[in-house]
Design a protein around this ligand. Structure first.
Ligand SMILES: NC(=O)NCCC(=O)O
Ligand SMILES: [Zn+2]
Ligand SMILES: [Zn+2]
Length: 480
């Protein structure tokens, strides 16, 4: 099974150059000029196009059971839609209920994901604490290739992790060489504001952003960062949506901390006015947490991405259809939180990032693929077009255009938050594990063709942090 991509410009995060790319048995075997074409090889003409590492979306929730329902997009449909947009790998989340055994939850999610068309991995959420969680974190890292643990600082009464859980889990993660990640929002504050707004009679989706102000996110980001600094572990903050959280990350980085930040395509482009839409279904379709913010935050997030304060882009793809959103018709706090975007992330980023001059093409590759691969320690197997890497490639046509619409998207959800957006820059072809899965509008994704990707522990920053810890071991004072 071989395939050759001819005549394009290879773009990696460090440089671009003209080359052909030859793939065999799921691996890139050669990158060079004027490569021979074996007789049986499938040929892709990439003339005038870029040949880039397939996108990695580090934040999705396929078929997530959440807020009394289950996300409409499953691992098969979601990874197929991803490949229509040039994304060849997702990192999803195992989210055990409080008291639920971590390994049992992990096995359940692994079973659901077997039908994935593209490669996938899992962050595992720590929502509670006891000795079994401590032990299972060890098993997950050492035997199952999990190298990141998620903590929800919001969703009080459900999956929220209190500070005690954060402390124990961050400490254990450091010992294992796994990165703690957080959804940073002060869950107590959100809870209190939700009650207050409902008492005031503000029951519609317009109350959603009011109950989750940027200050609640900034406070939680700072708390997680300070805990990580004292414990001495790295930290990855998911879906940074506002200036307040961004500033906490920038300050921590300036203090020498290993804090990574992720931003969602939606938070870069959509503002909070959507929650005041007169049609409940439209306003509710945008209910996600943290919410879309005032415009000043989008400008700040773009600068965070440009400056390197934020390193990755995700979608938090978590789809609920209108009848599901209607569960919160009379109480906004019951609207299932989540929006889609896994198919659109790369073209939206290209249109508003590269064509506007905010990002170079190499930076585009970094923030859509390579940085996630590096942070989660699967680089250069993923996130790189080079000999020996997995043949996960997107052939990118910078001149192609379309208008995003729910009528034409491949995502299994009845709304598109980017509806009507005119896009320039699209995946013309997507290659996953050496197989052509998307070719000029023809989706050829195969159920179950994706594999679980094990991620080794101790990505490079752990070795640096270990040296700092060794130099700062607390000592007792010997007194007579
Ligand atoms: N983001 C969201 O609203 N739903 C999915 C769960 C989460 O990431 O917080
Ligand atoms: Zn979240
Ligand atoms: Zn999420």
């Amino acid at each position: 099974m071989s395939l050759i991509i001819k005549g394009g410009t290879v773009v990696n995060a460090d440089r671009s150059f003209r080359a052909d790319v030859y793939c065999e048995d799921g691996v890139i075997k050669a990158v060079g000029t004027d490569l021979d074409t074996p007789g049986d090889a499938e040929v892709i003409d990439a003339g005038g196009q870029y040949v880039m590492p397939g996108g990695i979306d580090p934040h999705t929730h396929m078929q997530l059971p959440f807020m009394g329902t289950v996300a409409s997009e499953d691992f098969e449909t979601g990874t197929a839609a991803a490949m229509a947009g040039g994304t060849t790998m997702i990192i999803d989340f195992v989210i055990p209920d409080p008291e639920e055994n971590l390994m049992a939850a992990y096995r359940k999610w692994r079973g659901w994901a077997e039908k994935a068309c593209a490669d996938y991995a899992f962050h595992v959420a720590v929502t509670w604490w006891d000795d079994s969680v401590h032990a299972d974190m060890g098993t997950l890292v050492r035997e199952e290739g999990v190298n990141s643990f998620k903590h929800f600082m919001a969703y009080k009464g459900a999956i929220m992790a209190e500070d005690e859980v954060l402390y124990n889990s961050f400490t254990r993660a450091l010992e294992l060489g796994a990165i703690p990640t957080v959804h940073a929002e002060n869950g107590e504050l959100v809870w209190q504001l939700q009650r207050k707004l409902l008492e005031m009679g503000i029951t519609g989706p317009e109350a959603h952003p009011l109950s989750r102000p940027p200050e609640a996110e900034g406070e939680a980001a700072n708390r997680a960062i300070r805990l990580a600094q004292v414990i001495g572990c790295p930290l990855y903050i998911v879906h940074v949506s506002c200036r307040q959280a961004l500033e906490e990350i920038a300050r921590a980085q300036a203090e020498g901390s290993r804090v990574f930040g992720e931003v969602l395509a939606g938070h870069l482009l959509i503002d909070e006015s959507v929650y005041r839409h007169p049609d409940f279904d439209v306003a509710a379709a945008h209910v996600m947490s943290p919410p879309f913010r005032a415009k000043e935050h989008q400008a700040a997030l773009w600068k965070g991405l440009q400056s390197g304060t934020l390193q990755t882009t995700g979608t938090d793809h978590c789809c609920f259809c209108a009848p599901q959103k209607a569960m919160g018709k009379d109480d906004f706090s019951l609207i299932p939180n989540g929006t889609g975007g896994v198919e659109d992330r790369m073209s939206v980023l290209w249109t508003h990032g590269v064509t506007t001059g905010r990002l170079t093409v190499e930076e585009f590759v970094a923030v859509t693929s390579t940085n996630a691969a590096k942070i989660f320690n699967i680089y250069p197997r993923k996130g790189w077009v080079g000999e020996g890497a997995d043949a996960d490639i997107t052939v990118w046509d910078p001149a192609a255009t379309k208008t995003i619409s729910v009528k034409t998207h491949h995502q299994k959800v009845d709304y598109n938050i980017f509806e009507g957006m005119e896009i320039t820059g699209l995946a013309s072809h997507t290659v996953a594990n050496g197989k052509l899965t998307w070719a000029n509008g023809d989706l050829r994704a195969v159920r179950g063709a994706g594999s679980y990707v094990k991620r080794p522990a101790f990505q490079p920053v752990f070795h640096a942090l270990e040296k700092i810890a060794r130099a700062n071991v607390p000592t007792a004072v010997a007194r007579s």
